[in-house]
Ligand binder design. Structure first.
Ligand code: F6P
Length: 363
């Protein structure tokens, strides 16, 4: 009987519940003992009631819910070795040496670190008498399978992260609604979308809502962007358009790496064009609401594949991340994907935007 624990970590994303449900049901179906770890890594560190056995029925009626029913957190303690030591002890005491983590790049990086530290942590626990002398043999290896849950779609190796499609639905619904009122009053709206340092949400929103301009981190505009945007907006108005929509990614920057904010854009438009201009920051509404059909199916497929990966793992198997490649659920080495994702972040910080886009590949 394998003990498998599933947890969600980092920023929540629609579709996480679907993935949790699939892990629980597939796990029970194949005869494993499945556990929930509540509140992400924090629950793993704190232990106690945060680690509970999962059954078939509590995951009924959750597939349509946004957020994550088992809670999530960004846990500082787990980043320290002392936190990971506590987490290791809590897992071993529950008989768990298989983890299914659903989270973004930070959460998956944390999982990989935990796996690397595991033998040392177990040895230390044994030497302190916190676990029995037999347990280091039984729990010599921590098996990790990841799934990428994040609205940002910023993880290397997968076409789509769980939650991105739903967030896009939420965003374009909001832009369409804003466009209606903008039309009535002949206004310009600047809409800020999430995505951290990734422009995927901004670009797809701009494409699918016929926005007039988009600012996103991977393609900082030239220094004369104020003239360029004013020219573009004026042209649209001269051709009979009654409104303008500008999408700005929360991580948008100029070529020096300085932020370009919605307020800066508004200033440019109002000063030069005297247009009645408003800002809408969509914020966490993008992460809420029910998941799209795509994210529900994605969660189901990823969750089921994750359990299969756990079952087939041996001590020699590398930690993997379940990804979407075309229309296929595939398993990729977690470490390589994390490293590539970190290389993208470095390229962005070094202002090597083309390299960042190239490295990110299909995501
Ligand atoms: O990673 C998901 C995300 O929603 C980002 O788009 C955003 O920058 C961040 O999380 C917001 O984090 P928090 O919910 O902690 O404010």
């Amino acid at each position: 009987n394998k003990g498998i624990a599933v947890f969600t970590s980092g920023g929540d994303a629609q579709g996480m519940n679907s993935a949790v449900r699939a892990v629980v049901r597939m796990g029970i179906y194949v005869g494993a003992k499945v556990y929930f770890i509540k509140e992400g890594y924090q629950g793993m560190v704190d232990g106690g009631d945060n680690i509970v056995e999962a059954n078939w029925s509590p995951v009924s009626g959750i597939i349509h819910k946004g957020g994550t029913i088992i809670g999530s957190s960004r846990c500082k303690e787990f980043r320290e070795r002392a936190g990971r030591l506590k987490a290791a002890k809590n897992l071993i005491l529950k008989g768990i040496s298989n983890l299914v983590v659903i989270g973004g790049d930070g959460s998956l990086t944390g999982a990989n670190l935990f796996r690397q530290d595991w033998p040392e942590l177990v040895a230390e626990l044994a030497s302190r008498g916190d676990i029995t002398p037999e347990q280091p043999i039984k729990f010599s290896h921590l098996n990790i399978v990841g799934m990428v849950g994040s609205i940002d779609n910023d993880f290397c190796g997968t076409d789509m992260t769980i939650g991105t499609d739903s967030a896009l639905h939420r965003i374009i619904e909001a832009v369409d609604a804003i466009a209606a009122t903008a039309y009535s009053h002949q206004r310009t709206f600047i809409m800020e979308v999430m995505g951290r340092h990734c422009g995927y949400l901004a670009i797809v929103t701009a494409l699918t809502t016929e926005a007039d301009y988009v600012f996103y981190p991977e393609n900082p505009p030239p220094v004369d962007w104020p003239e360029k945007i004013c020219k573009k907006l004026s042209q649209e108005r001269e051709s009979g358009q009654r409104l303008n929509i500008i999408i700005v990614s929360e991580g948008a920057i100029d070529r020096e790496g300085n932020p370009i904010t919605a307020e800066m854009i508004r200033e440019v438009v109002v000063t030069n064009l005297k247009q009645d201009t408003r800002i809408t920051v969509l914020g966490h509404v993008q992460r809420g609401g029910s998941p799209s059909a795509f994210d529900r199916v994605l969660g189901c497929r990823m969750g089921a594949e994750a359990v299969m990966a756990v079952l087939e793992a041996t001590p020699e198997t590398e930690a993997c991340v379940v990804s979407l490649d075309g229309n296929q659920a595939v398993r990729l080495p977690l470490m390589a994907c994390v490293e590539k994702t970190q290389a993208v972040a470095k390229a962005m910080a070094d202002k090597q935007w083309e390299l960042a886009v190239q490295l990110r590949g299909r995501s």
